[in-house]
Design a protein around this ligand. Structure first.
Ligand SMILES: *Cc1c(COP(=O)(O)O)cnc(C)c1O
Length: 395
């Protein structure tokens, strides 16, 4: 056994038999930048275009454990050319956002869920373990320091990218016992600026992203780059994203979970999303949409929906044949996607085997369920409404 086991409370260095230092937010060291960057104008608030002044960095070394966490000026990392992430793609990440409330305070949305998922991803890649609540404390400090980077415009926020990379400086093919955990942030506006037409998808039976028995249910780097080629193909054919099929089954769209709304014979609606069978990324927006749809109309009335509208939530497979049948019968009222970046985006068109399924156009954008969820989730994220403990202050 080496020093990087996940089971014991105090991890030990096997050779020296000394306890390894746990990741400890109280040891945070802060070095602020001498000059601060100018905030980008709203049209440049696009995910990944600009980064804030500071980042958080903490490293793991198998001889000592976790280093003192540092918040320091944003800048390049120095890593060995032989290291694990460069050779074998040993990386995992999270996507979250900070929002500004009407009180001017910064808020995170269900952040403990992102931290738990990050820990699961690290474990899946045999990266060193950590106390995720300590990482959350550090993240809150970083957000508090960068609070002025959170755009105050509606639909805008500060995108947060916690990342872990394997930095074992050897080309030997085995677990990386060195890591860097870092967090960077980028101010962002609405992800898809598509207007009424909605997002276009090209359905492809390309198992590059996920397959039964694979690791598609984890947010690990190696799941993403094999899909870039299909994305290029979709874009060349005039579609914005790929609709990933696994055989006949609909999996996800781009890096978003997918929902279909189908009108039933009794006039009520089925809201259907594929189940978490290991091939689907367990999205936090997906889970939130499921909980809100299930709460309507008994525990809450979703914005813009009448309390006479009944929604029945199902986590169930959707095949392309089924989707086309609903479409032909005129029962497919909406398809929408969920994820932190786009939040809730409506699908306008799906290309499949040379034909297009053109979804119903709703005036002013998405259909009623997508719009209700968008309104409801943004209100909770921005602290305009309270729902359970979903919105968390950063102070
Ligand atoms: C991150 C991600 C999602 C969305 O998850 P959220 O927690 O809602 O942001 C969906 N699918 C894939 C493949 C993802 O990587």
């Amino acid at each position: 056994m080496n020093g990087v086991t996940n089971g014991s409370a105090v991890e030990h260095n096997a050779q020296l038999n000394v306890p390894l230092t746990p990741l400890d937010s109280s040891k945070l060291r802060i070095t602020l930048a001498n000059t601060l960057k100018a905030l980008p104008p709203p049209e440049d608030q696009v995910i990944g275009k600009n980064y804030t002044d500071h980042m958080l960095v903490v490293t793991f070394d198998p001889a000592k454990g976790w280093s003192d966490p540092e918040i320091k000026p944003y800048g390049p990392l120095s890593i060995d050319p032989a290291c694990s992430v460069l050779q074998y793609g040993t990386s995992c990440f999270e996507g979250m956002k900070a929002y500004l409330g009407p009180d001017g305070k910064a808020r995170l949305f269900r952040p403990e869920q992102n931290m738990a998922r990050l820990k699961r991803s690290a474990d899946r890649l045999a990266l060193p373990s950590f106390n995720e609540l300590e990482v959350l404390k550090l993240l809150k400090r970083l957000v508090a320091i960068e609070r002025h980077w959170i755009p105050a415009l509606p639909g805008h926020s500060l995108y947060i990218r916690p990342t872990i990379i394997g930095t074992r400086p050897s080309i030997g093919v085995s677990a990386s016992d060195h890591t860097i955990l870092y967090i960077i942030m980028s101010p962002t506006g609405p992800y898809f600026r598509t207007g009424d037409e909605g997002i276009s998808l090209l359905a492809l039976g390309d198992p590059a992203r996920s397959w039964p028995g694979g690791i598609g249910g984890h947010k690990v780097g190696p799941n993403y780059s094999p899909g870039f080629k299909s994305l290029e193909q979709a874009r060349e054919l005039g579609y914005q994203q790929v609709l990933w099929l696994i055989g006949e089954k609909i999996s996800e769209a781009g890096i978003m979970n997918i929902f279909a709304v189908v009108k039933r014979d009794d006039g009520e609606y089925d809201v259907i999303t594929p189940p978490l069978d290991g091939t689907i990324l367990p999205g936090i927006t997906r889970q939130s949409a499921i909980e809100l749809v299930s709460a309507h109309p008994v525990r809450t009335i979703l914005p813009g929906l009448d309390d006479s509208i009944r929604l029945h939530l199902h986590e169930q497979d959707i095949t392309m044949t089924q989707l086309k049948a609903w479409f032909t019968e005129g029962r497919l009222t909406e398809i929408f996607v969920t994820g932190t970046a786009a939040l809730v985006g409506h699908i306008g068109r799906i290309g499949f085997k040379g034909e297009d399924i053109m979804l119903t156009r709703h005036e002013g954008g998405g259909g009623p369920v997508a719009r209700a969820l968008y309104e409801s989730i943004t209100a909770i994220q921005e602290g305009r409404e309270v729902w359970e403990d979903w919105s968390v202050l950063c102070e």
